[in-house]
Ligand binder design. Structure first.
Ligand code: NAP
Length: 287
């Protein structure tokens, strides 16, 4: 049986470096995927020049047909997936307050796409497999300052419906002009991205509950502030350095780490601590 690793949004940035690291260490096929064939194939050429050979497939995580085509291809050729890194995302991080349309686009790509991936790709993940959802410091619960939502998101019986209502509460507030900056840390900067990433980390806990019986580990993590296009080159890590913890999580971490929120230094943090100092501070962009 050929083992298979898949990284979404891997034509550049942390996803690209994760593919590069997997090609050096993982005994199996590594899929570099991209929503754009031109960008995807250019990324493959870069790796080929280093003597590394990923398999390429187009994959737009928001496009049900694209995910279904990828699912069919992997299922028919390899039968399953052993490692899945859900990395694809966008962020207009330097625009601190966004319109409804921009907020909706961020939430569709960064959060709602997880349901499409879950529906089509999770059934292919083999027993004992590993799924890593790339979240952010924006995904720690301490980014939320609204008491009602802190309480509801902390519920141990949390459901996807609760998370979707949280996300839609934010979108409706932006749309109706009632968005209250005090509902989030750091005066509500990049609120849609925070909402999407909090939702991803919360959903991770639910996904873990559902996949526990097959001993699949599902975790979310913050990769650090990383010098990629997303941050317009700001950060204290480069993409190769930032890929070290994702690689650790899918290749080396004890399988007992399940449903956790992991920091870029490999520490497992308490996601539920609303008073913690792990939330994103926009000032770090200008330091
Ligand atoms: N950089 C940081 O400091 C930082 C901090 C915290 C968390 N993160 C998280 O780390 C992950 C990687 O970020 P990065 O900094 O490497 O960003 P990046 O360099 O902007 O790369 C993002 C990747 O996601 C892809 N993507 C976007 N929408 C997609 C879609 N609909 N379908 C498939 N792929 C899509 C992009 O493709 P295109 O080239 O086609 O746009 C690109 O390949 C993200 O989840 C991000 O939220 C980053």
């Amino acid at each position: 049986m050929v083992r298979v690793a898949v990284v979404t949004g891997s034509n550049k940035g942390i996803g690209f470096s994760t593919v590069k690291g997997l090609l050096k260490r993982f005994d199996g096929v590594v899929f570099l995927t991209s929503r754009d064939d031109g960008r995807g194939k250019a990324a493959v050429d870069k790796l080929n020049a280093l003597g590394l050979h990923p398999e390429y497939h187009k994959l737009d995580v928001t496009d049900r047909n694209s995910v279904a085509r990828f699912r069919d291809y992997v299922r028919d050729k390899y039968g399953g997936i052993d490692i899945l890194v859900n990395n694809a995302a966008i962020c207009n991080c330097t625009d601190l307050y966004l319109s409804y349309e921009e907020s909706k686009n961020i939430i569709d790509i960064n959060y709602f796409s997880f349901f499409i991936i879950q529906e089509y790709l999770y059934p292919l993940v083999r027993n004992n497999g590993r799924i890593l959802n790339i979240s952010s410091d924006c995904g720690h619960l301490s980014n939320v300052r609204n008491e009602y939502w802190i309480k509801r998101l902390s519920n141990k019986d949390l459901t996807a419906k609760d998370i979707n209502e949280f996300v839609n509460w934010h979108l409706e507030a932006v749309q109706s002009g009632t968005f209250n900056r005090a509902d989030f840390a750091d005066e509500g900067t990049i609120a849609a991205y925070r909402v999407a990433k909090v939702a991803v980390s919360a959903l991770t806990i639910i996904q873990q509950r559902e996949l526990y019986g097959r001993n699949i580990s599902v975790n979310s993590m913050h990769p650090g502030l990383v010098r990629t296009d997303m941050t317009k080159g700001v950060g204290f890590l480069d993409a190769d350095q930032a890929a070290e913890t994702p690689l650790y999580m899918v290749l080396d971490a004890p399988a007992s780490i399940k449903g956790a929120y992991v920091w870029y230094d490999k520490q497992v943090l308490d996601w539920y601590d609303p008073k913690a100092d792990w939330y994103f501070k926009s000032i770090t962009f200008s330091q």
